[in-house]
Design a protein around this ligand. Structure first.
Ligand code: ADP
Ligand code: MG
Length: 892
């Protein structure tokens, strides 16, 4: 990637034209950026930078020639800039935009240019480049090796993040696990990594990683930077460094004279004050990203917000559910109050729909980038606040948020008195400030208007005075006002006319009075524009000075919208208010909020798990195990986020963490070292789960050979029961595990069953007490058409396995294989069955060999290509066995 000053230009620096020399200067100051230079209606890049921009943006390169020789240039049209800037950002470029900062007509020689913005994936503030419903963060991780007061403790990390568009900035600290978790929750678009931070940290996110000068991570530099943002007395050393270096970088991205004044405060927070969800849990429950069938996330399903503010707030609530019972209860009270009052809800949501994005408006106003239209948008939003307050009157549970809805009457009327209702987009065009706002402006405008009226009357009076009845008065921008007389009438022209311009059929004149009026009008217009601009900037500064109050209002509006959205979902989809603080999870007829939206007919299920219970869930593939476990976990997350839950009744605990782990083989398409990852994730669960945690383990141990997998699964269940004490849902295809319920008090069996209907396997999706029949898989194999001899043999092996239940014994392996052949990959079962049907007793041994090899195959250590080759080989041998059988091949 070419950033900074193009090499070829630096070499020829002495010979460059003034503008190109200016380009090199800027590019050297912004040496990690591609520099775009405003030239006319284009943003231009030169030399190597031009090649790069042309390639990424698919624009044409132009060969240029001047006194210094030839070079390439590439221009991004200013009107279309956002589209091209987006492409550059998506390709992980930083872009420094240098604008003309003096009027080209006034400049003597080269126009002065300055960098007005540095665009990076995590710090963009341009509305066209931001997603309105989610926050764009840049984060920073710093490490304090051997942290703690004595300097001999374990490593401590600081994580800070900022949304430059709104000024939201926060910091926290802790061990490496906290870093992983916070990066997963914040999901930054860009990450700064401090000097001593191990490489693995950045690998955890897939965002752009930015390197900065290590000096910026020096403790003193960080302290200095933070002094401008409310200080950092309470921060741990690593937190201070993270926040300081981050804000330093954010300042840099504001260009040569940008400001971050609106970032008034760096909020410090404790991740333990919210329900902890790590990256695996966020992914496993599909809160914000989905990988599977439905294409929808939990957030999509809940998003009934009406404003960008509310949308971002709801997202934040779901990312950080609460653990404080009082706060949870307050949210439930508020949702209930809305849910019970249809009219209140509708009135509020209607008012919310006209709310602009207050947080980003404040950001633009404070950065000095707000237009007159932005101020009008602020006005219109403030004007909607009284309707919200009105609607909420008398609703006790919403009294607190109502009180925070300050309509800021003083600001609203200030803006209304100053700015016209529908101002032009460009400030420099004038016509922004209302009549009556400023006496001086009114006077200047009166002068201009009277002058124009005088000119308007001139035509009639001059016709009369001169007797030239086709005389015309006009204006053009080069020559100004004129009196036009056609050639035939020229002899009637009076003495006080001076010739201004000769045309083909006429002459144009002016009079001394017309000239005087013209100067007066043009002078007045110019002064009016300049004065309007000054008045507007003063007004903008006055509004910016109130940004704290606007921020408080924005917070209230965001909460209101999120609450109204949750209530809307609760009413429209029949959610119920959970009773909190129960001992364990108790759900009547609960549903999966996302699957129920798409499933033709969703079958509700109960859950009754007292605290510390390990529920082993068995049943064939596709019977509903994963869906069930997720819906239980989602109910817990929703409840703590303040939402009602999809069930007829719910009594839920307040949990400290939700863990989810999905067995590796479900994920094989991901192509990662799956078994290793699965085991690492299992380690986290086993080490970190507490009696207050909820654990969902889905087919753990699947990524390795049966013997090992089964042993690991059994040991994990025992550990969770004896040591962790976490309330656990554990889906497993190792039916042998179900006898754990006999040995352990708090291990219970549940299962999903299937039935045969018209020769097809039908899943009831209904959870039941007890374990699935161990031979269930064999029965499905039978349904699928596996030959009788194989089925009979399988039943024998299952029986043998039950008698001597030793992990890893040959019979267990055989049973497992048949289970999997029959019930695993849905559409594939018939093919396997056909292949098996072709094999007669004659090829039993070949089939047994084949199965033995299949069983011994270590998937987790295999690349996709190797797996494909192995599959090809197995298929060939299966065909050989089948044709042997067809040919009546003999047993060796
Ligand atoms: P398993 O984990 O047992 O293989 P899943 O939970 O993945 O099964 O469910 C398989 C499919 O069955 C899902 O895609 C879903 O569409 C459907 N399903 C699951 N549970 C239910 C239910 N309770 N009601 C209706 N359909 C369901
Ligand atoms: Mg599953």
């Amino acid at each position: 990637m070419v950033t900074g000053a193009p090499q070829t230009m630096r070499e020829r620096r002495e010979e460059l034209t003034p503008m190109l020399a200016q380009y090199v200067d800027v590019a050297e100051r912004y040496d990690d950026c591609v520099v775009l230079f405003r030239v006319g209606d284009f943003y231009k890049a030169f030399c190597e930078a031009a090649d790069e921009v042309a390639r990424i943006c698919e624009l044409t390169r132009i060969e240029r020639e001047d006194s210094t020789g030839t070079y390439t240039a590439c221009g991004v049209p200013v009107d279309n800039a956002p589209k091209y800037l987006r492409r550059l950002l998506d390709a992980d470029y930083r872009v420094a935009v240098a604008d003309q900062v003096e009027d080209a007509e006034q400049a003597s020689g080269l126009v002065d240019r300055a960098v007005t913005q540095v665009l990076t994936p995590g710090t963009v503030v341009e509305e066209e480049l931001l997603d309105e419903g989610s926050s764009t963060y840049v984060a920073c991780v710093a490490r304090d090796p051997g942290g703690g007061a004595a300097g001999d403790g374990p490593d401590e990390y600081g994580v800070a993040y900022v949304d430059v568009s709104t000024g939201e900035c926060a910091v926290t600290g802790g061990d490496a696990a906290v870093v992983d978790e916070e990066l997963a929750r914040v999901a930054p678009a860009e990450l700064l990594v401090g000097p001593a931070v191990p490489g693995g940290v950045a690998d955890a996110t897939d965002c752009m990683v930015t390197e900065r000068d290590p000096e910026e991570f020096a403790p003193d530099a960080a302290r200095d930077t933070l002094a401008d943002y409310g200080g950092a007395d309470r921060f741990a050393p690593a937190e201070r460094v993270a926040a300081g270096a981050l804000l330093r970088y954010a300042e840099y991205t504001q260009g040569d004279d940008g400001t971050l004044e609106y970032v008034r405060r760096v909020r410090r927070y404790d991740p333990r004050r919210s329900l902890r969800l790590d990256a695996t849990a966020l992914r496993g429950l599909e809160l914000f990203e989905n990988h599977a069938d439905s294409g929808r996330t939990l957030f999509d399903t809940l998003d009934e917000t009406r404003s960008a503010l509310g949308r971002r707030r709801l997202r934040a609530w779901l990312r950080r559910p609460l653990v404080d019972r009082e706060r949870i209860a307050a949210r439930h009270d508020a949702v209930a109050a809305f849910a019970d009052r249809t009219l209140v809800r509708e009135d509020v949501r209607e008012a919310l729909a006209s709310a602009y994005d207050l947080e980003r408006l404040v950001g633009r106003i404070s950065r000095g980038r707000a237009t007159a239209r932005d101020l009008r948008s602020l006005h219109d939003t403030l004007a909607a606040v009284p309707a919200m307050r009105e609607a909420l009157a008398g609703v006790d549970a919403l009294g607190e948020v109502r009180a925070a809805l300050d309509p800021l009457d003083d600001l609203r009327s200030l803006i209304d008195e100053a700015v016209v209702a529908d101002p032009p987009q460009e400030l420099t065009d004038g016509g922004v400030i209302r009549a009556g706002y400023d006496a001086e402006l009114d006077e200047i405008r009166t002068t201009a208007r009277e002058g124009r009226e005088w000119v308007a009357d001139l035509e009639a009076s001059e016709r009369e005075r001169t007797g030239i009845d086709n005389l015309e008065v006009g204006y053009n921008s080069v020559h100004g006002y004129y009196i036009e007389v056609t050639n035939g009438q020229l002899e009637k022209v009076p003495d006080d006319y001076t010739r201004r311009q000769t045309l083909k059929n006429s002459e144009r004149f002016y009079t001394p009075e017309l000239k005087r009026r013209e100067d007066e009008i043009l002078g007045a217009e110019e002064r009016a524009d300049a004065l309007e601009y000054d008045l507007f900037v003063d007004l903008r500064d006055a509004v910016a000075a109130e940004s704290d109050r606007i921020g408080d209002l924005a917070d209230a509006v965001a909460r209101l919208d999120a609450l109204a959205a949750l209530a809307t979902v609760a009413v429209e989809r029949d959610y119920t208010r959970p009773e909190m603080g129960a001992d364990g999870v108790h759900l009547d007829r609960s549903r999966h909020p996302v699957v129920e939206e798409t499933a033709a007919e969703f079958v509700p299920n109960d859950a009754a798990l007292s605290r510390g219970t390990v529920a082993l869930i068995t049943g064939p593939n596709m019977s509903g195990k994963s869906t069930y476990m997720r819906q239980v976990a989602i109910a817990v997350v929703l409840a703590q986020a303040g939402s009602f839950v999809p069930a007829d009744a719910a009594r839920l605990p307040v949990v400290d963490r939700v863990f989810t782990r999905v067995g590796a083989s479900d994920d094989i398409a991901g192509g990662e070292s799956t078994f290793m990852r699965e085991m690492r994730e299992l380690t986290d669960v086993l080490c970190d789960a507490t009696p207050d945690s909820l654990v969902v383990l889905d087919e753990v141990g699947r990524g390795t050979a049966t013997t090992d997998g089964r042993a690991i699964a059994r040991a994990a269940v025992e550990f969770l029961h004896d040591e962790s004490g976490a309330t656990t849902l554990f889906a497993t295809h190792y039916h042998g595990l179900t006898d754990l319920a006999d040995e352990y008090d708090r291990v219970v069996n549940r299962h999903f069953a299937a039935t045969e209907r018209d020769g097809d396997v039908t899943f009831l999706h209904r959870i039941r007490e007890g374990a699935a029949a161990a031979s269930y898989g064999v029965e499905v194999a039978e349904l699928a058409g596996v030959p009788d001899s194989v089925v009979t043999r399988a039943h024998d092996l299952v029986a043998a396995d039950r008698d001597g239940d030793t992990a890893g014994s040959a019979p267990d392996g055989a049973q497992r294989t048949l289970d999997e052949v029959a019930t695993n990959g849905h559409g594939r079962a018939p093919d396997a069955a056909n292949a098996a049907r072709s094999a007669t007793a004659a090829s039993d041994d070949a089939v047994a060999d084949l199965l033995a090899d299949l069983r011994g195959y270590h998937l987790a250590e295999t690349t996709p290509l190797e797996a494909l080759n192995a599959l090809h080989d197995l298929q060939r041998r299966a065909e050989d066995a089948a044709s042997d059988a067809d040919a009546g091949g003999e047993r060796p």
